[in-house]
Design a protein around this ligand. Structure first.
Ligand code: NAD
Ligand code: SER
Length: 314
């Protein structure tokens, strides 16, 4: 670190933001990390500013006033919610991101983190061991907007030298915050229902395998990527990132080892079609080779850790 970083996190009140902000503040200092969102985080312990990411002028003012050096751009509308309002989703996910890329092009910020997703894949993508560079025909507006964001990241890097770094996050599982509007949300909900009601009705079919990752691994991957030397980052679209892959019936079986009375049934809804358009397992060799990524949590460890923490909270 050559100078003191001042970090802006957009979409900071969401599932990932509430955890990422805490980790960034433990590294850089509370006042060095500015939270922003259209909704207040509730129990923030540091600076927060209201920001609709579509308000480019306000974004610029915040960047200049706080002398921001890095932006972690989390604000987005996710896969399931996105299908209810495709135009708004495109606007927030793409035009909001373009304002940030423009600030970096103007050298008003030094570095951007852009979260992409397994939703950039589609039915033409190999489902198993999905390669880094592969066929992509996303079927949701969320996936289309995120893939377009990946292409813009690469374009601004190649043409203007913007230092943008990105991960294709799998579905993220954590006890600290509640997901909403996503297709992988079931993998968090299931723990809450297992502890409170000992039963859960899953909105995906029993055998729908998807790539997932535990929150501590996802946060560590994000910060390791952002702190890696610039010349080790050879992928400027977005890195494949793998944690663990499982289906609803597999996670239910793991929970049953801790809560024997737990039962699950299945009522797939519109999210089943979305999940079926995504892939099952991810080849993240490039992340492992180029900036030494390695996950720490498998399904057994995730389940044990989730239940221990949620028992103390619920
Ligand atoms: P989330 O929905 O929990 O949080 C997103 C936040 O963005 C919300 O707090 C929301 O209020 C905010 N937001 C929405 N519209 C906004 C706007 N116009 N201006 C400012 N803020 C706005 O999502 P999350 O799970 O925390 O995801 C964060 C990022 O990570 C997203 O970009 C998402 O695409 C990506 N991602 C998440 C997952 C996952 O499993 N959680 C997986 C892959 C990628
Ligand atoms: N977890 C996200 C979703 O389900 C994937 O980006 O929308």
């Amino acid at each position: 670190m050559t100078k003191r970083e001042r970090i802006l996190v957009t979409g900071a009140s969401g599932q990932i933001g509430t955890v990422l902000v805490q980790e960034l503040r433990s590294i850089y200092g509370i006042d060095q990390v500015i939270e922003s969102d259209i909704k207040h985080p509730g129990n923030s312990d540091g600076p927060f500013v209201g920001l609709d990411i579509l308000n480019a002028q306000r974004l610029g003012e915040i960047v200049d006033d706080f002398e921001i050096t890095q932006i972690y751009h989390l604000a987005a509308i996710l896969s399931a919610s996105g299908e209810w309002n495709p135009m708004k989703t495109w606007n927030v996910n793409l035009n909001g991101y373009l304002s940030i890329l423009e600030l970096a092009k103007e050298k008003r910020i030094d570095k951007i983190f852009y979260p992409s997703t397994i939703a950039v894949f589609g039915k033409t993508t190999p489902r198993q061991n999905t390669p880094q560079h592969t066929a992509m025909l996303p079927e949701t507006i969320y996936g289309i907007s995120k893939q377009s964001g990946e292409l813009l990241s690469n374009y601004y890097n190649q043409k203007y030298g913007v230092d943008v770094r990105s991960l294709r996050y799998p579905g993220i599982i954590g006890y600290q915050s509640i997901p909403s509007g996503g297709t992988t949300d079931y993998a968090v909900e299931i723990f809450h229902y297992a502890l409170k009601e000992q039963k859960y009705t899953c909105f995906l079919a029993a055998d729908t395998t998807l790539p997932m990752i535990y929150m501590p691994d996802a946060i560590r991957a994000t910060i390791e990527l952002m702190e890696a030397p610039s010349d080790s980052i050879q992928v400027r679209t977005s890195y494949n990132l793998s944690g663990v892959s499982f289906s609803p019936e597999e996670i239910a079986a793991e929970i049953t080892k801790h809560i024997p009375e737990f039962t699950i049934d299945y009522e797939p809804d519109f999210r089943q079609k979305i999940a079926e358009s995504w892939t099952a397992t991810i080849d993240d060799t490039m992340a492992r080779e180029q900036w030494k990524w390695k996950e720490e949590y498998d399904l057994a460890r995730i389940t044990e850790d989730m239940l221990v923490h949620l028992r103390g909270i619920l």
